[in-house]
Write a protein that binds this ligand. Structure first.
Ligand SMILES: Cc1cc2nc3c(=O)[nH]c(=O)nc-3n(C[C@H](O)[C@H](O)[C@H](O)COP(=O)(O)OP(=O)(O)OC[C@H]3O[C@@H](n4cnc5c(N)ncnc54)[C@H](O)[C@@H]3O)c2cc1C
Length: 405
């Protein structure tokens, strides 16, 4: 038992573990011997596995039952993530859709949008992407310049560019923040839209990373037509709708250390597997430092979970979890690379992808600098930094309420 589980949670954990035991043979193998190599095959297998997890009640755990979820709390979601990691199988493919965009549609969408989009999203039949960031609007998200203009028939036309759009290359839909009224102050003239990624005028161009993968993309929008029903949360309410997404983004990434497997047990096990490293006092000391940081962040994460379970909104201190998990995992990856040498970076090694991907997470979900400044000012009460951003208060930057992407 990893958390201080209630009797119901003990049962929930046992059910999740039993389901995984019975079904894990169906999970796609993504690393090590027999790993799938072809990108299309990997995506197809991961979508099918997401569907199985949803049927087994291990995806969308916090979603209401009427939309295919379990109607349970975030603690039960983390229990499932822990059991998935323990079983050594992949989690859902569309963590952005199910973890952030689906909950935004549940909170702000129309009944029609909920009944049309949520089921296929949960089961991986339609993958989603988050069309928020732009070349000149990342931390300062409310500066988005993509324009949506309404025609006389009520429909909309979109023009602009998004960037760093994870999964856009195979997404069926995107949730997009656009400027609908340039005459309003910047946080007020925004609206959220659902965009079919195969609509005429949408072009997706992959951005290749050091890992060799092209997980995120530039997305160009050239006079893309949308109907009136594409608006989520009302015209002019885009910033409020985006804040809902950012809050769920923080929860997904900040608590995601459990699900993503960036935890002390995994790293300690990886290093202990090496005979020499196990005995080397310097390696042991470094591992001890990393493990204690990750354990501390784990217990801090449990405090955040308790707040969420009680329906409270965690404060800016939650951003600390993201900074610490990412830096702890990067240090662990460096140590593993030192211990295993070039083998750690071999394609198919358990660690290669993690080592090359993790530095990017310093930017994703609120950059490290923004989060550190927010924590300094709003948690520790330190004097404010001189502004680098023409005086935009931190409370209005992407770390809003400690949001973690
Ligand atoms: C792996 C990954 C996946 C992503 N997926 C998505 C996605 O699916 N959809 C999406 O919309 N976006 C996505 N993003 C984009 C992400 O949200 C942005 O990278 C992030 O918000 C930072 O914006 P930026 O990259 O434009 O950097 P900027 O905001 O331009 O920042 C550049 C640098 O300046 C610093 N800086 C900026 N303002 C300040 C300030 N006021 N004070 C001090 N320092 C400051 C930053 O800390 C950073 O070091 C992803 C990013 C990554 C890395």
């Amino acid at each position: 038992m990893d958390l201080d589980d209630t009797p119901e949670q003990v049962t929930h954990r046992a059910q999740a573990r039993a389901w995984l035991e019975q079904n894990k043979d169906q999970a796609p193998v993504l690393s090590g011997p027999g790993a799938l190599q072809d990108e299309d095959e990997i995506i197809a297998a991961r979508r099918a596995w997401q569907g199985r997890l949803a049927e087994g009640g291990l995806a969308g755990v916090t979603w209401p039952k009427e939309y295919g979820g379990q109607g349970l709390g975030p603690i039960e979601q983390v229990i499932c993530s822990q059991e998935i990691a323990r079983a050594g199988v992949p989690g859902i493919l569309d963590a952005i859709g199910v973890g952030m965009l689906g909950p935004t549609i549940i909170a702000h969408g129309t009944d029609e949008q909920k009944s049309r989009y949520l089921g296929p999203m949960l089961h991986g039949d339609e993958v989603w992407c988050q069309l928020f960031s732009e070349p000149a609007a990342g931390s300062d998200l409310a500066a988005v310049q993509t324009r949506a203009r309404q025609g006389e028939d009520g429909g909309w036309r979109l023009t602009g560019q998004k960037v760093w759009t994870t999964n856009a290359q195979f997404a069926a839909y995107g949730l997009l923040l656009a400027r609908t009224d340039p005459d309003q102050p910047k946080h007020k003239g925004l609206t959220m839209f659902i965009v079919p990624m195969d609509a005429p005028g949408v072009t997706v161009r992959g951005l290749r990373q050091i890992s060799g993968e092209a997980e995120f993309n530039e997305v160009f929008l050239d006079d893309v037509e949308l109907d009136e029903g594409a608006v989520v949360g009302g015209v002019g309410n885009g910033w409020g709708t985006a804040l809902t997404t950012l809050m769920f983004e923080r929860v997904t990434i900040g608590l995601g250390g459990e699900g993503l497997g960036y935890n002390s047990v995994r790293f300690a096990r990886g290093i202990a597997a090496d005979e020499h490293a196990r005995r080397d006092p310097e390696v042991r000391k470094q591992l001890g430092d990393i493990v204690s940081e990750l354990l501390a962040v784990r217990f801090t994460g449990y405090r955040t979970l308790t707040a969420l379970q009680r329906g409270q909104i965690p404060g800016p201190e939650a951003g600390l979890a993201k900074v610490t998990i990412v830096n702890g995992a990067i240090k662990a990856g460096d140590l593993i690379a030192d211990v295993l040498g070039p083998d750690a970076l071999d394609q198919g090694s358990e660690w290669a992808y993690m080592i090359s991907f993790l530095p990017g997470l310093k930017s994703a979900g609120g950059t490290e600098e923004i989060l550190r400044n927010t924590i300094g000012e709003r948690v520790l009460g330190l004097p404010p930094e001189p502004r680098l951003d023409k005086g935009i208060p931190f409370s209005e930057l992407r770390s809003k309420e400690g949001a973690a992407t």
